[in-house]
Design a protein around this ligand. Sequence first.
Ligand code: GDD
Ligand code: MG
Length: 364
Amino acid sequence: MVVSARQDQRQADAVILVGGRGTRLRPLTIGTPKPMLPTANAPFLQHLLARIQAAGITHVVLSTSFKAEVFEEYFGDGADLGLEIEYVVEETALGTGGGIRNVYDKLRFDTAMVFNGDVLSGMDLGGILDAHAAKDADVTMHLLNVADPRAFGCVPTDGDGRVSAFLEKVEDPPTNQINAGCYVFKREVIATIPENRVVSVERETFPRLLEDGARIFGHVDNSYWRDMGRPEDFVRGSSDIVRGIAPSPLLTGRTGESIVDPSAGVAGGVLLLSGTSVGRGTEIGAGCRIDGTVIFDGVTIEPGAVISNSIIASGAHIGANAHIENCVVGEGATIGARCELQSGMRVFPGVNIPDAGIRFSSDA
Ligand code: GDD
Ligand code: MG
């Protein structure tokens, strides 16, 4: 495993919120938590952990709930990644604020950097820590501008960068500036979040802190950014890592249109384009064309299949000359020869679609 050259040691803990159910990525998230889904051939979370390590933060606390055991089984104590990882489990999900409060006893430093565990970003972690210290802020939030802010937390700031409101997922946001899902907290501020109950940091904690006059500052960084919560974003984010558009220390220095695990078998004349990734033990037959697609482990794709902008989960079987576009194929599903799947279709695990000349489309 590659452990990147590290910047100076930072006196901060990293807390990563990974307790969500990943509902928008079903059926991929029925058995696997969203941050553990393969992205450019590594669990998504591993790219974030590598960024944290490269920024000089060593102590990481994972705030888990749904499928908690999967994280520890994979990452263990974090030593292989040059980190020290601890796990805190919520028996029932406590929400984003409850999840942050729940790790309080594990914190070692006066500064905690909290990450949503499903954000792919090139933001300079050292930069936000420096800004936080320079302003002597209670909380510093990574903010950025997006075309459509309605699906996010909208965060207006004043001329000095001080946050004036926090408006989670509103229909008429007053600005395009959004919460990018990374916060630097003074540890003592985390102690003010109520214990042992569900708390939303976005809907309850931030508005309450603002009302109390806390010093909350925005740190605008418009580097690469994507929330991986929806299939189209997941596919795009993974492809962007493969193509070097989204930075990941795990893939530094390599270039190319695709990444193929050494144990995969790719027949002659196969085109793997636009950031496609091919996982362990996957077999791809002659003449396939695969664009911008995430293929997990142990998948079989028969000759002549054409697949674009899709996710093919572990153990799936794609028949000869099938056409699949903008779809999610669940674990162990079988797509028969010549089937056409289009427009956001999601095939659930184990489902068997027989050989056909039929066209399936969610908008048909
Ligand atoms: N520990 C724990 N417990 N973690 C949780 C819980 C919980 O009960 N609920 C959600 N999480 C984790 C998720 O696993 C995810 O990593 C993170 O918290 C955010 O949850 P999402 O469900 O992905 O939220 P979102 O994308 O709709 O909105 C959030 O992210 C946006 C940026 O991507 C909000 O923070 C928005 O304000 C923000 O703009
Ligand atoms: Mg999200």
